[in-house]
Design a protein around this ligand. Structure first.
Ligand code: PMP
Length: 296
């Protein structure tokens, strides 16, 4: 789907001087659809497309499409490609091939692409080994972090390099004050004495849609849920840690900076939350049907 038209991937081309390619000025979403007994269902479509529109608003990009038109675009892309479980990428960019940095009056184009998708982390079942990055998370005095903009992800890219080069699976970023923020593309949750603890908005995190879903679900399951500042050493002494995000789903973290978390194995509460999450996204829990958008 490109500006309202369906075209094949090979026809979707941009000039090499495209503004958003040079300056990271694109805004985007990452959405998943899962196979369910009633056909493919898109998880929290409306919330994702509202965030997409908000990201555009922050950067003064005029998308020229309504929320409903964009939602229909997403549904149609999944349908037309006959996809079942997939990852969907709505993306808006300055469709301008000049070298100027300014964006005033520049044309905006929007596409929606979808690809078959499985696990984001190959180690998702056994747990990740993470490194607290020496790069801090960007904050809203530097860039609007609630806007899901391409440029923000250079912060993620450099933190991931740092972790990967040191032999770890993933990075954990702290905010400018050293408090735990999030992963490069996922939110983080700790389990301590049976409670689920996660950083709040003041820790320079993207307020992820999966994060909200898991917090709601965990409260419904009877867990105590706490949103607060988290000190770095609390990572080491947590009973369990897991990442949450559209791509990451619920992924256990079993080691941070070489220190085993709890037993160093995937935790019991993490496993419970993970399987409850998969039940919901796969349409097996009627109490959360309102989070799913079916294609028909
Ligand atoms: N933090 C960052 C930096 C992310 O890129 C993502 C993925 N969008 C998340 C958290 C998780 O957000 P969501 O659950 O909405 O996918």
């Amino acid at each position: 789907w490109l500006n309202g038209q369906f075209i094949s991937e090979s026809m979707a081309k941009v000039p090499i001087l495209t503004h958003s390619l040079q300056y990271g000025s694109g805004i985007f979403e990452g959405i998943r659809a899962y196979e369910t007994p009633k056909g493919p269902a898109i998880f929290r479509l409306r919330d994702h497309m509202k965030r997409f529109i908000d990201s555009a608003k922050i950067y003064r990009m005029n998308l020229g499409f309504t929320l409903e038109e964009l939602e229909n675009g997403v549904k149609e892309v999944v349908k037309i490609n006959n996809l079942k479980s997939c990852y969907i990428r709505p993306f808006a960019f300055y469709d301008d091939d000049h070298v100027g940095v300014g964006t005033t009056g520049k044309k905006v184009s929007t596409f929606i692409a979808a690809i078959p998708f499985g696990k984001y982390f190959s180690e998702a079942d056994k747990g990740l080994r993470c490194k607290v990055s020496s790069w801090h998370r960007i904050d809203s005095t530097i860039l609007p972090i609630q806007a899901k903009a391409s440029g923000n992800y250079l912060n993620s890219v450099i933190a991931m390099h740092d972790a990967h080069e040191s032999g770890y699976d993933e990075a954990i970023l702290t905010d400018r004050n050293g408090y735990v923020a999030e992963g490069p593309g996922e939110n983080i949750m700790l389990v301590k004495n049976g409670a689920i603890i996660t950083p709040g908005m003041e820790s320079s995190i993207l307020l992820g849609i999966t994060r909200f879903s898991i917090l709601k679900m965990a409260r419904d399951m009877g867990f105590e849920v706490v949103e607060r500042l988290i000190h770095r050493e609390e990572l080491y002494t947590a009973d369990e840690i897991f990442f949450v995000g559209t791509a990451a789903e619920v992924t256990p973290v079993t080691n941070v900076d070489g220190i085993d978390i709890g037993s160093g194995k995937v935790g019991e509460i993490t496993s419970k939350i993970r399987s409850a999450y998969f039940d919901i996204v796969q349409g097996k829990n009627p109490a959360y049907e309102s989070w799913l958008t079916y294609l028909n």
